[in-house]
Design a protein around this ligand. Sequence first.
Ligand SMILES: C[S@@+](CC[C@H](N)C(=O)[O-])C[C@H]1O[C@@H](n2cnc3c(N)ncnc32)[C@H](O)[C@@H]1O
Length: 240
Amino acid sequence: MPKPDIYDPAYVKGVFDRCSGKYIAFSYVCSLGFTERWRKQCVAALGLESTGRFSGYDLMAGTGEAWPHLIEQYAHIDRIIAVDISSGMHQRAMDRLHQMRAHKIDFVEDDVLASKLATGSADFIISTFGLKTFNPTQHEQLAQLVANTLRSGGKFSFIEASDPKGWWLRPLYLFYLKAVLPLVERLFLRGAKDFSMIGQYSTNFGNASDFAEMLRRQGLKAEFRKYFFGCATGVVGSKP
Ligand SMILES: C[S@@+](CC[C@H](N)C(=O)[O-])C[C@H]1O[C@@H](n2cnc3c(N)ncnc32)[C@H](O)[C@@H]1O
């Protein structure tokens, strides 16, 4: 049987539709709480001004893990438009919505690579752990979308689990990603291989430095950032 294209949006959607039920717990426990800390740091790096009214996008929003941090750190945000391709993640996100947040959140079920978000419609764009399931060509498309969707002065922050090249504990970290996580999945999730796919996407991804360069080529100011020895990396910046 031919190998599937693991970067085909339909394939990625299937992986996340199947993972959605257990995604929140798995991501928290298996990252030892780091993913939650990194989301908070990614949101802080956005650096929205303390006054004004803001609306923007959470791309590859999944189960809405970034929303509590966004609303806690920037209570003056008017609207978050969450975009995700997975109906499983979408449903999960809606179930998790609290009444107090629902009025600030719109949900668009869409493939961001085919998406036509309105030009200049965003004061901010955030994305947590949504970069790894794209290949370099798709990262270029995403960089174009970000540049087109942000208004002048608009800000962005992305973060993704990465390969901490040069860190002395890297072999241990990769062993954890490539051997321990798949074993946990086989034992506790009845032999499913979907979360192991997430480990494969992360190691293929490398880090966010190439994506930072693509954003610069689109005319954006973009700064590459490392979180915890490069186990996560991100890019933060703005549209001049
Ligand atoms: C690892 S999850 C991250 C979810 C969440 N942002 C978080 O912090 O945990 C990646 C998400 O990207 C979504 N996704 C992948 N490819 C997409 C695409 N082409 N368009 C929109 N969403 C996509 C998946 O459905 C999944 O919900």
